[in-house]
Design a protein around this ligand. Structure first.
Ligand SMILES: [Zn+2]
Length: 329
């Protein structure tokens, strides 16, 4: 039996003040992690064509950009390196003088109280563009996790707070946890790209990082988008291997998973709103079809509503500008 007219949900929507009072999810700049691209061989910041408004920075101005991010109230960055040297092993990924290691030291030296996360993968550093070590034309899982552990240790040595392995190799969290502990980095956390799908939404990032595989695709290690149960198993395994923060990537097309992961597991959950999600909004807004800021806020709030504790997003700076304005009076 309907409770109408006694019950009227519109009462709590009748003006802005009451709507704000009963708003259920409130996005904050503190929820956001800003991606930061650092590139070898450039003199000044270069805008990434596939990601309008996002820049690649040379080492010389990376700390300045980190300071700008911090000033917007954002507490954390995730660093992606674009090296000029690539080889079969991806050796610049674990080089003491690798671009990420240098960037971490530079930011650490000049910026206080910023949580530095480093992406740990091989695809930006290998000549073949795969996330693992290739042997006889195949990705060798067990060799790959040894290399990833070296990458993680080198990033921790440089000063990273959180290592974010994104290669989707079996056993990568365990290998990294053991290597970090063996080298005295038991306080460095691991945020694993636990459920990373082989998504067509990564294309704009690959233009930026020049990391498309030169042969085959990533279906032998990343998840197929039709598989939710398998994604939950991946997360379960990462937890057993000692992960601190789990992640679902991408975000907007996977809100059902974010919701399920949040209800099933008691760990901090990150969602990565990927380059394609950003580009879809940017280019549609450029064509005059949508309001960019409004769609951005709707997307980010939805990701949080689904259950994400933190969101990696290319919109971090713009969202922080708006959110600071909105809640600072
Ligand atoms: Zn990769």
């Amino acid at each position: 039996m309907s409770k109408f007219p006694t019950v009227r949900l519109r009462r709590l929507r009748s003006n802005e003040s009451i709507r704000e009072l009963f708003q259920e999810v409130r996005l904050s700049e503190k929820d956001l992690i800003a991606p930061l691209f650092v590139q070898e061989g450039i003199e000044r910041a270069v805008e990434i064509e596939s990601l309008p408004g996002i820049f690649s920075f040379p080492l010389s101005s990376i700390a300045e950009e980190a300071i700008r991010i911090k000033e917007l109230g954002i507490n954390s960055v995730i660093i992606f390196g674009i090296p000029s040297h690539k080889d079969e092993e991806g050796s610049s990924a674990f080089d003491y003088n690798g671009i990420v290691q240098k960037a971490v030291r530079e930011i650490r030296k000049k910026v206080n109280d910023l949580t530095i996360i480093t992406d740990a993968c091989l695809c930006q550093y290998t000549s073949h563009g795969h996330c693992g070590f290739v042997k006889d034309g195949k990705i060798d899982n067990d060799l790959s996790i040894k290399v990833l552990a070296k990458v993680a240790v080198s990033q921790a040595e440089a000063g990273a707070d959180i290592i974010a392995p994104s290669a989707m190799m079996d056993g990568q969290v365990k290998a990294i946890r053991e290597a970090l502990d063996d080298h005295g980095f038991s306080n460095v956390s691991i945020m694993s790209y636990s459920a990373k799908f082989a998504s067509s939404l990564y294309t704009p990032f690959r233009y930026a990082a020049n990391s498309s595989p030169s042969f085959g695709n990533r279906m032998s290690y990343q998840l197929f988008y039709a598989n939710a149960r398998e994604a939950l198993r991946e997360i379960q395994l990462d937890i057993e291997e000692g992960v601190d923060i789990i992640m679902v990537k991408p975000a907007i097309a996977y809100l059902d998973l974010i919701y399920r992961v949040k209800s099933l597991f008691n760990l901090p959950l990150a969602a990565y709103s990927v380059s394609g999600e950003y580009a879809l909004v940017k280019f549609t807004a450029k064509a005059g079809m949508i309001d960019e800021d409004q769609v951005m806020l709707e997307f980010l709030t939805s990701i949080k509503r689904a259950g994400a504790d933190v969101i990696i997003t290319y919109f971090a700076k713009r969202a922080a500008e708006i959110l600071k304005d909105k809640y600072s009076h």
